[in-house]
Design a protein around this ligand. Sequence first.
Ligand code: ACO
Length: 321
Amino acid sequence: MFYRTILSGCGAYLPERIVTNKELSKTLETSDEWIQQRTGICERRIADNNELTSNLAVNAARNALENSGVSVSEIDLIVLATATPDKTFPATATKVQADLGIFHGAAFDIQAVCTGFIYALNVADNFIKLGQARNALVIGAETFSRILDWKDRRTCVLFGDGAGAVVLSAAEKGDKRGILSTHIRSDGRHQDLLHVDGGPSSTMTVGYLRMEGREVFKHAVTNMSAILLEALAENKLEANDIDWLVPHQANKRILDSTAKKIGLPAEKVVLTVDRHANTSAASIPLALSEAAGDGRIKQNDLVVLEAMGGGFTWGAAVIRW
Ligand code: ACO
């Protein structure tokens, strides 16, 4: 028996503390002008010392549940995308599950860095399609501020903390809305271009994010436009059919170049990178939550998601809202 998956609701949570480019330039050799020109970023949110990834995730999940009308007791799957888990193990998703008071079903983490939300959506969609779950929470939550080298101006200005979530549900028979397809890819040959130096199985404890920015930029535009066109073709759709593109928010220049490459007007791209910076797996559900919440995304709109991240990993999803 195959079911279709619909998005019943979106939610978001951002830490209170706003750090502007100007504030960064007080301790770092950088400027508001450089950061805005190269990335489109004006400010980012930074989690409090006592705020962990699971805390951000729980707040976003509660918000998504409220907006969906699905009750906590109906959730039978939690898939949490994060590259900044609370602990090496257990999965941060199990902490979120316990904090939400859910003691049934399954909860686990997905690690695909900035593509994590699309990977998590793919996994949860397949669970629902196969009838193995009825209502799933898919969350992207990150505290990248903890893995940044705050002395490295080439990386630390680019990222922020936050969480976003969606509730997925099995559609009623005949409902034409929902996830039309998801597409995920990876190519591990490029892992050194964007990585964190250290980890539980290596000789050092968790280190800092390291990135070859120019190389990542080139791969990002090529891979994201290719997967986007592939996703549209599979659904016999064209760029013209897209109502809203909700991309991973890494850099405004990457978003502009990708949209241009597939011939999509900039007005159809949901943009949050200016206020959130790059929140990795959280950026797509944060942007979705904003655009659905303020009424930009309407029922039956064609919404396309896309992302690329460390690994490299990349992916896309096509949704009839
Ligand atoms: N402030 C001021 N100057 C800086 C800063 C800064 N924060 N960072 C770097 N510079 C300097 C460099 O030192 C360099 O100076 P030099 O010429 O004297 O050596 C100069 O600016 C140019 O540096 P580049 O790295 O060549 O700058 P570039 O135009 O490539 O922009 C950037 C850098 C913004 C990182 C860009 O390469 C980029 O956006 N790459 C994509 C990376 C990304 O978004 N990754 C996110 C994760 S992957 C994903 O989510 C898709």
